[in-house]
Structures are given as structure tokens and as C-alpha cells.
Design a protein around this ligand. Structure first.
Ligand SMILES: NC(=O)c1ccc[n+]([C@@H]2O[C@H](COP(=O)([O-])OP(=O)(O)OC[C@H]3O[C@@H](n4cnc5c(N)ncnc54)[C@H](O)[C@@H]3O)[C@@H](O)[C@H]2O)c1
Length: 309
């Protein structure tokens, strides 16, 4: 009898909370979610020397955060630092760091802890793309994709998560990709590294949640192509549903998601439908749909950033 009462009680709590969360979510479909303040927060952005990383740095500069910039490209990073100061940041720290090298990440992280303090918002954004079909992709490049796009996240979490746990305060941001949701031909190593980054960030969210570290938030970002140069030459056959995103738009959406503590951000919104189709449609229909949307050809014209000049 007692166990039945406990089961009824557990179910009632579960049911009540479920209704509350659904209602909350419906309300915030119409009303804007509250945005947290990030003034004074120490925000570390990897891959800040160009593209999205640079734009995120400028946004956090305007929001009054302390900015820590990591990039393997010293020149680009210094340019971002200059721009962040012009945008109003009073404390900007630049570090040349190859995030794919574990020891280097740990060494530079120690430097940051001594010179700046505990990082409270960690944005794992550094990324590379090889853009070759699997059998033409040299082993070293595939390893590099994993080292930069995924394994660097392990090392940065190891370095900065303990202080977040101690303070029960922090935000972990993973810049994955639409290629972290869907396998795409011509992007096998990139997709695998982005799936790994997504899976790691989601698992770590579960781990902190299970350990009741509710002050630590996670945001996982999955954009379609962004016009930063990284994917130059790639194309879309459905610019209405799957447009190539403008960098400023993508950065704004990412900052909003962080401020609103949104866990998943897929851009454009049509990607949410793509994920439903992928999960529910018979495989033949899903492949037909992918083909119809031009999915098999997105990488046909890829030249990428390195070959641009
Ligand atoms: N551009 C797109 O179409 C697109 C789409 C989806 C996801 N993304 C992801 O968004 C993120 C930002 O991409 P972006 O478009 O701004 O590209 P980008 O090439 O402009 O920026 C990437 C930055 O990472 C830095 N970087 C590369 N290797 C590094 C390393 N080993 N250590 C430290 N820094 C390193 C580069 O120097 C560069 O400044 C990446 O993770 C990328 O995979 C991009």
C-alpha cells in the first residue's frame, strides 16, 4: 500500500512539473525570455581571431564582460582585441593558444587563472574544416579535425569546469554545427567531430544536472552555413528554408541564446523540422527529401578559407 502511495505521489509530482514546464515554454513562445546580465563575467572565446568568435567577442565587449581571447592566429586575435576595446571593453586579454594541443591548453589556462581569474562563460568556438571526401582526406587532417573541433573541448572543460562547480556558477557553450546533427557527404571527419562535440556537451550537461550543479548552464549551437569564409564555395539549393546565414545574424542569435540560457540553438529554424523528419520518416523518404533539398550537393563547390587567397 505504501509503495502504491509513493508511486502515485511521484507520478503526481512528475505530471504537475511537466505541465508547468510545458506551460512555461508556451508562454515564452509569445513573451521574450528574461536575459541574464553578463557584465563582469569572465568570458573565454576560442577561435576569436576571426568569424563568429570575433563577433561574439565584440558582443560581450558591449555587454560589459571581461574578455579572454584564444586563437592560434596571433594577428587575427590582436585585431579582435583592438576591436573589442573600441566596442567598449575595458578588460581584454589575448592569448595565442593552439587548442588542439592538450598541454598548451592546460598551460595557457593556468596563465588565464593567474592573470584574469576564474572563467565563468566558456565558448568553445575554434573550428576547422577539411572538406574532402573521406578516402581523399589525409589521416593527419582527420586527426586535426578531431583535435580542434572536439578534443579541445575536453581540455578546456578539464581546465575551467572545476572553478564553475566550486562557485556553482558558469555557462558552457559548444559551437557545433548542423553537421553535428546530420551526416553530410564530403564532410565525414567534420561531421564526426561536430557530433562528438555535441554529444560531449550534452553529456556534460547531464552530468552537472545529475550532480545538482544547477548554476552551470549549457548552450549547444548548430548553425547551417555561415558566410564567414570557412565554407566558401559551399551552396544551398533552398535559400528560403536553408539560407546561408550572415555572420552578424548568427552571432546575435548565439549571444541571445546564452543570455536566455537556451540549451539548444539550431539555425535556421527549419533545422528543427529536418531533425523531426530525420527521426520519423522512413529512411528512403528521408534520403529523397535530403536529395530534393540539394543536401548531397552542398559541398560540390567548396573551396574553404585556405584556398581563397
Ligand atoms: N562558417 C560556417 O559555415 C559554420 C557553420 C557551422 C558551424 N561553424 C562553426 O563555427 C565555429 C566558428 O567558425 P567560423 O565560421 O567563425 O570560422 P573561422 O575560420 O572564421 O574561425 C575559426 C577560428 O578558429 C581558429 N582556430 C582554428 N584552429 C585553431 C586552433 N587549433 N586553436 C585555436 N584556434 C584555432 C582560427 O584561427 C579562426 O580564427 C567553428 O567551430 C565552425 O566549425 C561554422
Amino acid at each position: 500500500m505504501a509503495s502504491i502511495l509513493i508511486s502515485i505521489k511521484n507520478f503526481s509530482v512528475f505530471f504537475g512539473k511537466s505541465l508547468f514546464y510545458l506551460l512555461e515554454s508556451m508562454i515564452f513562445t509569445f513573451l521574450p525570455r528574461p536575459r541574464k546580465s553578463v557584465a563582469g563575467e569572465i568570458v573565454l572565446i576560442t577561435g576569436s581571431g576571426s568569424g563568429i568568435g570575433r563577433l561574439l567577442a565584440l558582443s560581450f565587449a558591449r555587454l560589459g564582460s571581461v574578455i579572454v581571447l584564444w586563437d592560434v592566429n596571433k594577428e587575427g586575435n590582436e585585431e579582435t582585441c583592438k576591436m573589442a576595446k573600441e566596442a567598449g571593453a575595458t578588460r581584454v586579454y589575448t592569448y595565442t593558444c593552439d587548442c588542439s594541443r592538450r598541454e598548451e591548453v592546460y598551460r595557457v589556462a593556468d596563465q588565464v587563472k593567474k592573470e584574469v581569474g576564474d572563467v565563468s562563460i566558456l565558448i568553445n568556438n575554434a573550428g576547422i574544416v577539411t572538406g574532402k571526401v573521406f578516402l581523399n582526406c589525409p589521416d593527419e587532417l582527420m586527426e586535426k579535425s578531431f583535435d580542434v573541433n572536439f578534443k579541445s573541448h575536453l581540455w578546456t572543460y578539464k581546465a575551467f569546469l572545476p572553478a564553475m562547480i566550486a562557485n556553482n556558477h558558469g555557462h558552457l557553450v559548444c559551437v557545433s554545427s548542423a553537421a553535428g546533427l546530420l551526416g553530410i557527404n564530403g564532410l565525414a571527419d567534420y561531421c564526426a567531430s561536430k557530433f562528438a562535440a555535441f554529444g560531449f556537451a550534452e553529456s556534460m550537461h547531464m552530468e552537472t544536472f545529475a550532480q545538482k550543479q544547477r548554476g552551470i548552464k549549457t548552450t549547444i549551437v548548430c548553425p547551417f552555413f555561415i558566410n564567414t569564409g570557412m565554407f566558401d564555395g559551399s551552396s544551398t539549393r533552398s535559400p528560403l528554408l536553408l539560407p546561408i546565414l550572415e555572420p552578424e545574424y548568427a552571432a546575435k542569435k548565439i549571444v541571445n541564446a546564452i543570455l536566455q540560457e537556451q540549451m539548444y540553438l539550431y539555425m535556421p529554424k527549419f533545422l528543427y523540422f529536418v531533425m523531426i523528419f530525420k527521426s520519423l520518416l522512413p529512411v528512403k523518404n528521408a534520403l529523397l527529401f535530403f536529395d530534393y533539398m540539394g543536401g548531397f550537393n552542398v559541398m560540390d563547390g567548396f573551396v574553404g578559407r585556405r584556398k581563397k587567397d
